[in-house]
Ligand binder design. Structure first.
Ligand SMILES: Cc1cc2nc3c(=O)[nH]c(=O)nc-3n(C[C@H](O)[C@H](O)[C@H](O)COP(=O)(O)OP(=O)(O)OC[C@H]3O[C@@H](n4cnc5c(N)ncnc54)[C@H](O)[C@@H]3O)c2cc1C
Length: 292
């Protein structure tokens, strides 16, 4: 397994921003993953995992860590009965395709979530009433000191939350699905994707929802809309004119531009609604929101 230096995170994130990773590896087996983690320890580096980078904002100055992206066998998918066994680096789209081909439903919710199953477990990604918590049977978690299958309950999945700690890598998952005719799955997916296209910027570079929905009658998007932030721009980043809880790379954006937009959005939400918005996007490297 090759360890590369200076790979730009902008290439690994859907928003297309972020500086270089100090070290970068694409392990294809659990042994290679363990070797990568050991290598990071020898260099005195933290480890960070990147899936499809669809919920990540990485520092413009780069990340002093070994960044790991699961590949090969750690991104493969197999179906056995009603269980789908997938490497943590498998894209949701591939898992959905394989499940549909096997006549297995319950994963349709993930059709518009452009990430991996490892990232899905870490974030407990969800949409349209479904989430990973509902389908996860168990996850193989590898860390510096060992590896273990964790039952779904131990992962403690709740709204965009899991108990996984930094440095713990979801190397594989087992998802429990159920029989459903492929034609029905196809129809549900088409309907959900149409809903998505009607409401969100699907053809722009974003990192998905910026903020979690607060405990309030308004969702984060509606609240920021009411603050008049749709289309608001700083540098190359813009609050989506289509949906105010998305930030688009409108051309040449830096992560700092997105952070500045997030800070302004939080300030306005607090001022106008008394609500402190919590970010959903994961921040990687030396990057943080200023205190309110
Ligand atoms: C257009 C768009 C629409 C979206 N819609 C939704 C939606 O409807 N619902 C929703 O929940 N999310 C949505 N998202 C956000 C995002 O797709 C999900 O959070 C997704 O699960 C992230 O997966 P990823 O593989 O891209 O993870 P990344 O963005 O690469 O990483 C996210 C976090 O997970 C960690 N991680 C990644 N892989 C692993 C692993 N194997 N083991 C341990 N930790 C890991 C990372 O270290 C990081 O902390 C959307 C994003 C976009 C761009």
């Amino acid at each position: 397994m090759k360890i590369e230096a200076g790979v730009p995170l902008a290439r690994l994130t859907t928003i297309g921003t972020g500086g270089p990773a100090r070290a970068f590896a694409r392990p294809e087996t659990v042994d290679e993953l363990r070797a990568a983690l050991a290598h990071a320890a020898e260099l005195g580096l933290e480890t960070a995992v990147v899936g499809l980078g669809s919920n990540l904002l990485a520092a413009d100055t780069g990340v002093e860590a070994l960044v790991v992206k699961l590949a090969g066998g750690l991104a493969a998918v197999e179906v056995s009965g009603s269980l789908v066994h997938a490497g943590g680096g498998a894209a949701n789209a591939v898992v959905l395709h394989r499940a549909r081909a096997a006549g297995l439903g319950r994963f349709e919710f993930a059709c518009a979530i452009p990430g991996t199953v490892g990232g899905g477990v870490r974030m407990n990604a969800g949409a349209y009433g479904g989430d990973f918590a509902a389908v996860l049977e168990r996850a193989l978690v590898v860390e510096r000191d060992g590896e273990a299958w964790r039952a779904a309950g131990e992962a403690d999945l709740s709204y965009r939350h899991s108990a996984l700690r930094p440095g713990e890598v979801v190397a594989a998952v087992e998802l429990r699905l159920e029989a459903r005719p492929a034609a029905e799955i196809r129809a549900t997916v088409a309907e959900l994707q149409a809903q998505r296209k009607a409401a969100q910027p699907t053809n722009r570079r974003t990192f998905g929802s910026v903020f979690k929905n607060p405990e309030h009658e308004l969702s984060a998007g509606r609240m920021l809309d009411a603050c008049g932030l749709r289309g608001f721009r700083i540098g190359g980043a813009q609050i989506s004119p289509r949906h105010a809880n998305f930030i688009e790379n409108a051309g040449g954006a830096r992560s700092a531009d997105a952070v500045a937009l997030m800070a302004e959005a939080r300030r306005r939400a607090r001022e106008e609604f008394g609500v402190v918005l919590e970010h959903e996007v994961e921040l990687l490297g030396p990057i943080e929101l200023p205190p309110l």
